[in-house]
Each structure stands twice: as structure tokens, then as C-alpha cells.
Design a protein around this ligand. Structure first.
Ligand code: UT7
Length: 334
């Protein structure tokens, strides 16, 4: 029997219309455009500011575009997985809400929580469902409404994050394409440095937790920065080595968009020039699980069949890794 691999066959994306600029942030907290651009690299971020709309609203828009671009019928979708840290509700899953909103009648669905590494974990998870031979069309969504848990009185975190969603279709192939290798890691050592203090089962919501700003994202930025640089670089170097990839045959690095200085450090370690690194942090900020597929959404027209792509990310947990993908088609699907 021919070996089945899993290949990405299309991309869809969505970012909300409202743009929060550095000038506006500078009126909210004591900061300025120059600090944000040099320390983080974000110029603007899109924010879903209409009341009553959550992550599934953006995810639905992204998947609608994906279905249209891939000519897919809702009845043909076997599985939809949503990576998110900002689900519409604690339960049910955001993926289940999407099944209804998209009219998926034959799919099962679940959410995956790996913080900013969510899309990396999705690639390996989706690929293994496809490789089982039982599933033919899988939708993988990275979506986060980070504005729902950012404290806009906290200058060290509020300039970083934005809202957005993007999705890919994954299907079987017998060609030498698709998800070729993955190195995924979780150590659990990141809890003190990156978390939300309340709202979970350890510390349920109360007047005390609300009064004390415990429902916002808490981050010790300097520590997270250090681990992000070393772990993303190590994972990329390891996956490159075991697949005989180097600066000459790597076509694209797709790094998590958390900080331009982290992206530059990873590219430097791999000796890959900046023009081979997908960067859009300037316009979106860190959309958590959204960053990697939003890069694909923006750079799809530059991709060619057979291109060697290395995805890498780092997030709360800590979670991190690198995934090697051989791209499956030329240019942009309209
Ligand atoms: O996606 C999940 C993974 N997350 C990440 O990868 C984020 C990793 N961390 C970072 O990107 C960076 O650590 C930050 C952008 C969060 C912070 O940058 P930094 O260069 O590490 O700054 P710092 O926290 O060491 O602070 C340096 C100084 C401090 O002032 P003092 O104590 O030196 O006087 C801060 O108070 O910069 C100050 N500062 C600011 N100044 C102006 C912090 N935020 C701001 C600000 N504007 N917005």
C-alpha cells in the first residue's frame, strides 16, 4: 500500500476591522511608538471590539474563506480542530460552536489548548488523523481574541497582543509532500511566568479576583523571552539537522510572531536571511494560536509546491517545537 501523508491544500484568514495603533496605546499607558517598535516590533493590531462577539466569530470568517478557496462542501468535512486560549466559553468547545455556524453535519470537533504553540500542535495532530486513513478532509484553525484577556492598564503586555484567526485544510496525499517531521515539547515549567491567575478550577471567579485584576494575562516577559529564543532555536536546529535542511534548502521559516527580536534571533541561529522569514508582527501583533496560519494567509502567493517550510513557536506551559512541512501547491488559491 502506498504511504499516505497529510498536506495543506488551502488557507483562509480573518482579522477584525478595528485597528489599535501605537499612538492610541500611548494614550492608554505610559509608552510610545519608538519603545514598542524597537522592543517588540508591533505598529498596529486588529481588535474585535464589537460586544458579544468572540473567537468563533473570527474563526467562522476564516473557515468560510477557506471553504470557498478550496471549493469544499460542508458535508465533506470529517474533523475540525480549533487551537485557542480564548474560547467563546469554558465549555462547550469553540470547535463545536463552529460546527453549527458552518453547517458541518458529518464532522466531529474539539479544541486544542497549547497557548501560542497551538497551531504547531494542530499540524502534527491533524497529520496523524489523516495518516490513519480514516479521515479525508480536516480543518485546522488557530484563533484567539487576545484583547479579551489583556489588561490595557499594563504597559508591559498590552502593546504585544492582537486578535485574529486563520485556518488550513489538510488532506491525504501519496506525493512526497506535507507534514514531514515534528519536534514538539511541553515542560510545565512555565506556569509561574505566563498564566491567568483566576477563572479556572483552582481559583474560580469572585469579586476578589475581579477587583484584583486576576482575569488578565500575566507574563514575566524577560524570562519568557529568554526561553522562547533558546527553545525555538534549538527545536529548529534539531529538525533541520535530522532532515538534512540548511540555509540553502530551507525556503521559509514561519516563526511565532511574539517579538521581532525573538524572530531575528531564531533566524540568525539558523543563518537564514530575513527574506526567507515570514514576518507580519508589525500589523497584527501576537495573535497567539493565530500567528502561524496568519503568516501563511499573508505569504501564500509566494509559496511554491515542494518548498521546505519550518514552523516554530513557543508559548505558555511552556510549550514549543518545530514542524517541517513540504508545501503542496503553487501560489494563492482565490
Ligand atoms: O507568545 C507567548 C510568548 N511571549 C513572548 O514571547 C514574549 C516574550 N517577552 C517579550 O517580548 C519582552 O520581554 C517584552 C516585550 C514583554 C518586554 O520587553 P523587555 O525588553 O524584556 O523589557 P523589560 O520587561 O525587561 O523592561 C525593560 C524596561 C522596564 O523599565 P526599567 O525597569 O528598566 O526602568 C519596563 O518598565 O522597559 C519598561 N517597559 C516599558 N517602557 C515603555 C515595559 N514596557 C514598556 C512600554 N513602554 N510599553
Amino acid at each position: 500500500m502506498e504511504k499516505i501523508n497529510a498536506v495543506i491544500t488551502g488557507v483562509g484568514g480573518y482579522v477584525p476591522d478595528y485597528i489599535l495603533t501605537n499612538d492610541e496605546i500611548s494614550r492608554m499607558v505610559d509608552t510610545n511608538d519608538e519603545w514598542i517598535m524597537t522592543r517588540i516590533g508591533v505598529k498596529e493590531r486588529h481588535i474585535l471590539n464589537e460586544e458579544g462577539l468572540g473567537t468563533s466569530y473570527m474563526a467562522r470568517k476564516a473557515v468560510k474563506q477557506l471553504m470557498q478557496r478550496t471549493g469544499s462542501n460542508p458535508d465533506d468535512i470529517d474533523l475540525i480542530v480549533v487551537a485557542t486560549t480564548t474560547p467563546d466559553y469554558h465549555f462547550p468547545s469553540t470547535a463545536s460552536i463552529l460546527c453549527d455556524k458552518l453547517g458541518l453535519k458529518h464532522a466531529f470537533a474539539f479544541d486544542l489548548q497549547a497557548a501560542c504553540s497551538g497551531f504547531l500542535y494542530l499540524l502534527e495532530t491533524g497529520a496523524n488523523f489523516i495518516r490513519s486513513g480514516r479521515y479525508k478532509k480536516i480543518i485546522l484553525v488557530g484563533a484567539d481574541k487576545m484583547s479579551s484577556m489583556v489588561d490595557y492598564t499594563e504597559r508591559a503586555t498590552c502593546p504585544i497582543f492582537g486578535d485574529g484567526a486563520a485556518a488550513v485544510m489538510m488532506e491525504p496525499t501519496t506525493e512526497d509532500l506535507g507534514v514531514m517531521d515534528a519536534i514538539l515539547r511541553t515542560d510545565g515549567k512555565g506556569l509561574p511566568f505566563l498564566h491567568m491567575k483566576a477563572g479556572g478550577s483552582v481559583c474560580p471567579p469572585s469579586y476578589f479576583t475581579v477587583d484584583n485584576h486576576m482575569h488578565f494575562l500575566y507574563q514575566e516577559g524577560r524570562t519568557v523571552f529568554k526561553y522562547a529564543v533558546s527553545n525555538m532555536s534549538d527545536a529548529c536546529a534539531a529538525i533541520a539537522e535530522r532532515n538534512h535542511l540548511d540555509k540553502d534548502n530551507i525556503d521559509w521559516i514561519i516563526p511565532h510572531q511574539a517579538n521581532l527580536r525573538i524572530i531575528d534571533a531564531v533566524a540568525h541561529r539558523l543563518e537564514v536571511p530575513r527574506e526567507k522569514v515570514m514576518v507580519n508582527i508589525e500589523h497584527y501583533g501576537n495573535t497567539s494560536a493565530g500567528t502561524l496560519p496568519l503568516c501563511l494567509w499573508d505569504f501564500e502567493d509566494k509559496l511554491k509546491k515542494g518548498d521546505n517550510l519550518i514552523f516554530t513557536a513557543f508559548g505558555a506551559g511552556f510549550t514549543w517545537g518545530a514542524v517541517y512541512v513540504k508545501w503542496g501547491y503553487d501560489g494563492k488559491k482565490q
